[in-house]
Design a binder for this molecule. Sequence first.
Ligand code: SF4
Length: 75
Amino acid sequence: MRIRVDPELCTGHALCQLHGPDVYVLDDLGYNTTSSRVVPPELWEQARKGALACPEGAIAIEEDENDEDGSTSAS
Ligand code: SF4
């Protein structure tokens, strides 16, 4: 999973970090400075919650076909 934050859309609500404190980094004014990063499986839930919480839709989540639930399918 990769997240991308559009700085043009971010208006500094800081809700992303509230829901994803280990994923999203804010500056002193509350703007998200996490432009793009790969998120390890243990933080996917935080990444998703933070993206959903953003009222500006500034966070895009890109998942590839292996990202399902952080688990590998048996068989
Ligand atoms: S919730 Fe959205 S608008 Fe607010 S700081 Fe995070 S990315 Fe920016």
